[in-house]
Design a protein. Structure first.
Ligand SMILES: [Zn+2]
Ligand SMILES: [Zn+2]
Length: 189
């Protein structure tokens, strides 16, 4: 059998967002202010039903970044609120204690070194989805105008989709012995 070109874009070809750094973010009321000091590893547009309920809308846009590159600028810290996850490991959503808006979350226990930053809290328009996940539960009217961005029915193997530079950053986290857990392809929505 000969190799044929597939119609979907996969295999480490998805470009990641390249925002101007540091990239500022804030909650709705401005009590929580932070910035990213490195571009996201990868950005999920998640259409799972948990994200729909957690956000109260059709999907969540999560920019994955090392927590070491997520710097809190405000004197007030966000409050971690535990919620269930499909894997059973749980998720902690960090929310502003004044307006209760979500700013980021982590999967698994508090040692997880990758934050899922709610990209709608970030300034500017440079962070965009690198992949659509859990499209099996996407709202029927949602269409994808971002041609070339992969879309998968459930979760995915990050080795198939992340650019090499992001995989290298992940390897460094693992070599440091830091938990990365569900952020990286095992499961979790
Ligand atoms: Zn707030
Ligand atoms: Zn989700």
């Amino acid at each position: 059998m000969t190799t044929t070109t597939t119609t979907t874009t996969t295999t480490n070809s998805a470009p990641t967002s390249t925002p101007t750094l540091p990239l500022p973010g804030a909650c709705a009321c401005g009590t929580i202010r932070f910035h990213l000091t490195r571009a996201p590893l990868f950005t999920h547009c998640c259409h799972c039903t948990r994200c729909q309920r957690e956000t109260g809308t059709a999907f969540a846009l999560n920019a994955l970044v090392e927590r070491a590159h997520l710097a809190l600028l405000s004197p007030t810290r966000p409050v971690g609120v535990p919620v269930p996850s499909d894997s059973g490991a749980g998720q902690t959503i960090f929310r502003c204690p004044a307006c209760y808006g979500p700013v980021w979350s982590v999967y698994g226990d508090g040692a997880n070194k990758i934050a899922y930053v709610r990209a709608g809290t970030l300034e500017g328009r440079e962070v965009r989805p690198d992949i659509h996940i859990y499209t099996r539960s996407k709202r029927g009217w949602v269409g994808f105008g971002d041609e070339g961005v992969p879309a998968v029915e459930g979760y995915y193997d990050n080795r198939e989709y992340w650019p090499e530079a992001s995989l290298e950053r992940l390897r460094i986290l693992r070599e440091e012995g830091k938990a990365v857990g569900e952020a990286v392809g095992e499961s979790g929505a």
